[in-house]
Design a binder for this molecule. Structure first.
Ligand code: PLP
Length: 364
């Protein structure tokens, strides 16, 4: 093969991949893990029992339903859309990967606005797609002039928003999202991994103006609010043409039968999910109030995490103090636009107490 260098007898990986650093959250053995925005609560016991019963009846020698029709229909019903507007995959990260495989690639560009979810740019680069980056404002809100400039300069096939935005916490307003939707030449992908915590959704924008928002794609996941990070299930709601494009690039039978069942059964527990969201939102308020009395800068959150910046002490020092006290948070202090910042996931009340006590001690 021309152009393939050899290292120790094996071919070198694609040269454009060598610059990518893998996406990993440091995992340290601690009592209180508040670093990856998971739900601190397991799914309802009744769901686990129902799933166990259903798994016992699976014909494991048969391939799963390739189209995941029952799951997609149930999701479609829950959002008041058609089954042909829903695509499911192994976590919303695989949904994003499918979008990028279908629409990205060499010679194409995506646009995004930092600080935001690192994986949008990371998965884009893996698929050979160029990434055009613009900054968010100092308060992490979108700057619509910056959006206009980046979009005009790069002609993106996909523009990513993350709302509520990870790791900064705020949701973009419906007006802001609509304004971006009006500007972009390609698809607008709104990652709503934390959508259930937010006051509004781009699903509302799609519903209000179906003709004008054919290019708006909403991505959701079961990993956060649904307490199912271990199951790997995400989906998008979009125009049927976008769904068909994703199906074109997804591997055959990519979504296994257990995952399909897990998601389908979970949708019967919406009330329990909403209760969990309410509990976490209340705890989030409690942490935010405690921040107000500490020497930290912090930002309002519409999600299950809070971004904060110690003002009198180095972020890494505070991070290590917390680890020593058995509490793990995310160190974002070297991420673009987030100098000195840490991110804490809202945990159980007693976990949040431990976090606040350890933080207070560290900042004393
Ligand atoms: C956690 C998170 C996801 C979830 O990815 P999964 O693959 O569904 O677990 C997606 N987008 C954002 C912004 C997230 O924070």
């Amino acid at each position: 093969m021309a152009g393939v260098g050899r290292t120790g007898g094996l071919p070198a990986v694609r040269p454009d991949l060598t610059a990518l650093v893998g996406y990993h959250s440091a995992q340290v053995e601690v009592d209180v893990r508040l670093n990856t925005n998971e739900s601190p609560m397991p799914p309802p016991a009744a769901w686990q029992e129902e799933l166990a019963g259903a798994v016992a009846r699976i014909d494991f020698h048969r391939y799963p339903d390739r189209e995941a029709t029952a799951l997609r229909q149930a999701l479609a019903d829950s959002h008041g859309v058609g089954v042909e507007e829903v695509f499911c995959a192994n976590g919303s990260n695989e949904v994003l990967q499918c979008l990028l495989l279908a629409y990205g690639g060499p010679g194409r560009t995506v646009a995004l606005f930092e600080p935001t979810y690192t994986l949008h740019g990371h998965i884009a680069r893996i698929t050979g797609t160029d990434v055009a980056v613009g900054p968010r404002r100092e308060d992490f809100a979108l700057d619509l002039d910056v959006v206009a400039g980046v979009v005009a300069a790069s002609d993106p096939v996909l523009t990513f928003l993350c709302s509520p935005n990870n790791p900064t916490g705020r949701a973009d307003s419906p007006a802001e999202i609509a304004a971006v939707a009006d500007q972009v030449p390609g698809l607008l992908v709104v990652d709503e991994a934390y959508g259930q915590f937010a006051p509004s959704s781009a699903l509302g924008l799609r519903a209000a103006d179906p003709g004008g928002t054919r290019h708006v794609v909403v991505v959701r996941t079961f990993s956060k609010t649904w307490s199912m990070a271990g199951a790997r299930l995400g989906y998008l709601v979009a125009d049927p043409e976008v769904v068909a494009a994703c199906e074109l690039v997804a591997l055959p039978y990519h979504l296994d039968v257990v995952t399909q069942l897990a998601g389908l059964l979970a949708l019967g527990y919406t009330d329990e999910m909403n209760e969990r969201v309410a509990t976490i939102a209340e705890e989030r308020g409690r942490i935010a109030a405690a921040f107000a009395d500490l020497p930290v800068e912090s930002w309002p959150s519409d999600a299950n995490f809070l971004l904060f910046r110690p003002v009198e002490r180095e972020a890494v020092t505070v991070w290590s103090d917390l680890v020593s006290a058995g509490v793990l948070v995310r160190d974002c202090s070297t991420w673009p636009g987030l100098t000195g910042c840490l991110r804490v996931t809202v945990g159980l009340p007693e976990e949040n107490d431990r976090f606040l006590a350890a933080l207070t001690e560290s900042l004393r």
